[in-house]
Design a protein around this ligand. Structure first.
Ligand code: ADP
Ligand code: MG
Length: 462
């Protein structure tokens, strides 16, 4: 007998329910329904465009995995909104004022959801301007934050800070909150990640409390939204964000945004949002240079009451170049190692801990690994990206994939793309093959080891 869409979806849901917290299941999945099934694609309807975005982002992988377990590897899920997303957002935005007034939240009820929990309480006490090392890589962003905190809504509005991961964006954003509150303790400051903003919005829609949501956000004096690159491709959330942004901006409330890329590079970000994000000041944070890294380490050590020799801090600073988070991670690892093994913190110990096997970031790039492997085997670098299946090229290509995975932990799909657009199963196969060869052939193992040490040496001396 043929499987119907409804049956297929109910079996998938049954498995999902067993794996998810009941609350999540009830909020997001219980109200979905199967719409159709053809060619192994099961279409599912969700309550709104927001719900579709949320389910895809949060549960897409889990649900697809379950579906494939049940019905085979070719099975796909496709979510669609039962209502038109923009229609919903518009009606939400045009919510009559009376409804907004009526839904004035009581403190007790705002605790469980909404902005109240994102107020002051969740600002990290360590993330202040005083504990932020200002240097060439971040001085503009730090100065702008200071100005925004001193004159909320007047100086740079919005203030948009972008930069790579672990470079201090969140720290600076919290610092604006702290500094603003220090000057005016009655300000209503909200710190929220963009994902959380979306989460709360969807929840409000599902529970028919959108008026409340809207109203709460409109009462904020300083709105800090972290990681707005999360808006990429999420058109329905962008719509709501746009209205919240306008309401606050019109009322001259301060808005600070961070992102891992500039507004114009956020994929499928509505033009009108790009332009609004660029209204105020767009500034970036770059990776810190050696002196700054050392200064940050000194500050962190001092904060934690640790006395660590400058020789050791310098060594850590010279090894970790990619992000401040990696830098902190290296220091923590070193301290943990020294205390667990009861060995004194010496430069020898640091060399040992931070040595070849310690992955400190992106000093070695995929490009670098590919080039080293190609050179080792005497094949042109482009050959690794070519379609050629000749063994002289195939093996180096597999080794390049293997080393990139082992040293940089990049996702299989990305490694595949770097090698001439191959898919993830080809990459997995390559890695297994290299493992097998290394297990059975000591000559091959030596070659692999030699390549790794070459790359590690490069990492240490760059
Ligand atoms: P991002 O949000 O850019 O990914 P974070 O703000 O989370 O980065 O910063 C990562 C870590 O690095 C945090 O612990 C933060 O305190 C620290 N950090 C980053 N830049 C600095 C700096 N200039 N001075 C002191 N600490 C910093
Ligand atoms: Mg951050």
């Amino acid at each position: 007998m043929e499987l119907t869409a409804a049956e297929a979806w109910s079996r998938i849901l049954e498995s999902a329910r067993a794996q998810l917290p009941e609350q999540s299941y009830q909020t997001w999945l219980a109200s979905t329904m199967a719409v159709g099934l053809s060619n192994e694609v099961l279409a599912i309807g969700a309550a709104s465009a927001f719900a579709v975005e949320w389910i895809e982002a949060k549960y897409g992988e889990l649900l697809t995995g379950l579906a494939r377990n049940l019905f085979g590897n070719g099975f796909e899920l496709s979510f669609e909104s039962k209502t038109n997303g923009s229609e919903q957002a518009t009606s939400f935005a045009q919510m009559p004022l009376s409804e907004l007034e009526e839904t004035e939240p009581r403190e007790a009820t705002t605790e469980a959801s909404g902005v109240a929990k994102c107020l002051v309480g969740t600002l990290n006490p360590r993330y202040t301007l005083g504990q932020f090392v200002v240097a060439r890589n971040n001085d503009m962003a730090a100065a702008a934050c200071q100005a925004a905190a001193a004159h909320p809504g007047r100086a740079y509005n919005p203030l948009f800070i972008h930069g790579g991961v672990g470079l201090g964006k969140t720290h600076l954003m919290h610092a604006v909150g702290h500094a603003a509150l220090e000057r005016s303790p009655n300000l209503r400051v909200a710190y929220v990640s963009c994902e959380q903003f979306m989460n709360e919005l969807i929840e409000a829609i599902q529970q028919r409390r959108t008026g409340q949501f809207h109203h709460r956000y409109r009462r904020i004096d300083v709105l800090l939204v972290d990681d707005v690159h999360f808006l990429a491709d999420k058109e329905a959330t962008q719509e709501e964000f746009f209205h919240t942004f306008n309401a606050l901006h019109d009322a001259q409330k301060q808005i600070v945004l961070t992102s891992d890329r500039p507004p114009s590079s956020i994929s499928r970000l509505q033009e009108r949002l790009v332009s609004r994000f660029e209204w105020g000041l767009v500034t970036d944070i770059k990776p810190p240079d050696f002196e700054t890294r050392l200064a940050i380490l000194r500050l962190k050590a001092e904060q934690d009451g640790l006395t660590i020799g400058d020789d050791i801090l310098s060594l850590v600073a010279s090894r970790c170049r990619s992000s401040v988070r990696a830098l902190e991670g290296a220091l923590i690892k070193l301290l943990a190692y020294s205390s667990l093994t009861r060995r004194d913190l010496t430069t020898e110990l640091a060399e040992e801990v931070l040595g070849p096997s310690f992955h400190v970031g992106k000093e070695v790039t995929a490009e670098h690994i590919g080039a080293t492997v190609a050179e080792h085997f005497g094949v042109p670098m482009q050959a690794l990206r070519s379609k050629s299946r000749a063994r002289a090229v195939a093996l180096p290509r597999q080794i390049s994939m293997y080393l990139i995975r082992a040293m940089l932990h990049l996702p299989y799909t990305q490694i595949g793309r770097l090698h001439g657009g191959r898919d993830h199963s080809t990459v997995i196969h390559a890695i297994r093959r290299v493992d097998q060869l290394a297990a059975g052939d000591s000559g091959f193992r030596d070659q692999l080891q030699q390549l790794r040490s070459t790359l590690d040496r490069g990492r240490r001396h760059t």
